[in-house]
Write a protein that binds this ligand. Structure first.
Ligand SMILES: *Cc1c(COP(=O)(O)O)cnc(C)c1O
Length: 368
């Protein structure tokens, strides 16, 4: 039996398609193409779900990061400390603001930004903002990072592109902190549009007004007050997101149930799994497993490919190893080791018990 990595057939089933088309017709009738009523509705509903004061849609998740950095006035000459395990966009957003990324290494066990590494990096670099990443849906140690940053007046932009519906270590929803938190609604994320979209949360009205202005050409009631950008979200994407938000909590619950089943079935294999304490907290965007080394990782990938089981290498290289990042300063040793050893198993809200059994069987036969 083949097991797919994603399952868009179930996710975007016929019933959903019908409802989406009805919303598209409504948008066409009203000629409301950008920032319409579904944007307002989604921003309110999503903020409520994640416990954020305000949520503002953007054109994509990378823009949300850039807008967040601009909201903290990050610009040319500034440095921004970023987690060394993330998608490339986490470095890109800094460079596109004219600033320079500095890497912070990850904790060996959790793969999340290591506060001790952050402390060391801050001794050598004057940094204006920090981007911790809730990678794979696991919560970065935000209280520790806040303690380090707040006394030094450093802004925190949490990259939550993979963590919709996840929880911090204290059990509160990711998005409810006093920092800026960014989201991506790229179609493969836990909550996805029919194209590109993103969002950023704001803890105060003042930050919300500033972000609103940045995403829409610096507009304010008094005219254009700053050089912003166009990062508005299309009404059609907001209509899809607002609709999909209804089934999103149940789907995220499914991911957790699936992750727990994988965990039970695989914990006695040689694979190194995500620490057990994250079972209840993660949004389970992905289910990463760690091998001894690169050779073993590629061998397991090949074995899974032959068994027709979808797997993916997020991230084949750590960010500091990517060509444009190779000269950047900071700490990266553990991130590089982690990237070399890690592979992700099929994870989506619709993985069945039979599919889990098939994946587990293939993994066990690899080690047999
Ligand atoms: C997907 C992703 C992004 C970028 O989001 P886009 O919507 O593709 O621009 C940024 N950071 C992380 C960690 C991501 O997974």
């Amino acid at each position: 039996m083949a097991v797919g990595f994603y399952n868009f057939k179930e996710l975007h089933n016929e019933e959903l398609q019908k409802e989406v088309l009805a919303r598209f017709e409504d948008i066409l009738k009203n000629n409301a193409f950008v920032e319409g009523k579904y944007n307002t509705s989604f921003e309110k509903n999503f903020a409520e779900l994640i416990g954020a004061n305000r949520c503002l849609l953007t054109a994509n998740g990378t823009d949300a990061l850039e807008v967040g950095l601009q909201a903290f006035d990050v610009g040319p000459g500034d440095k921004v400390a970023i987690s060394a395990i993330s998608f490339f966009a986490t470095a890109e957003c800094v460079v596109n603001r004219g600033a320079t990324p500095v890497f912070v290494d990850v904790d060996e066990e959790t793969v999340l930004m290591d506060p001790a590494s952050l402390e060391r990096v801050l001794k050598e670099h004057k940094v204006k903002a920090v981007i911790p990443v809730h990678i794979y849906g696991l919560p970065a140690p935000i209280e520790e990072i806040e303690k380090i940053c707040q006394s030094r007046g450093i802004g925190i932009v949490e990259d939550g592109a993979q963590s919709h519906g996840g929880k911090y270590a204290n059990g509160k929803p990711i998005g409810s902190s006093s920092n800026l938190v960014t989201y991506s609604f790229y179609p493969t994320k836990n909550l996805g549009a029919f194209g590109d979209a993103g969002a950023i949360t704001a803890p105060t009205q003042e930050m919300s007004d500033k972000i609103q202005s940045i995403r829409n050409h610096g507009r304010s009631p008094e005219g254009h007050k700053l050089y912003g950008r166009n990062s508005r979200c299309d009404h059609m994407q907001a209509a899809v997101l607002d609709l999909k938000l209804t089934s999103f909590p149940a789907q995220n619950e499914n991911r957790k149930v699936i992750a727990k089943k994988y965990f039970e079935a695989l914990k006695d294999t040689p694979l190194k799994l995500v620490p057990e304490k994250f079972l209840e907290l993660s949004s389970w965007h992905l289910f990463p497993v760690r091998l001894q080394n690169k050779e073993e990782k590629y061998a397991l990938k090949e074995h899974l490919d032959k068994s027709k089981i979808g797997s993916a290498l997020f991230y084949e290289k750590a960010m500091p190893e990517e060509i444009p990042c190779q000269d950047l300063a900071g700490e990266k040793e553990k991130a590089i080791a982690f990237a070399a050893q890690t592979l992700c198993l099929p994870m989506n809200p619709f993985v069945t018990d039979e599919e889990i059994a098939e994946v587990v069987k293939a993994v066990k036969s690899f080690f047999a």
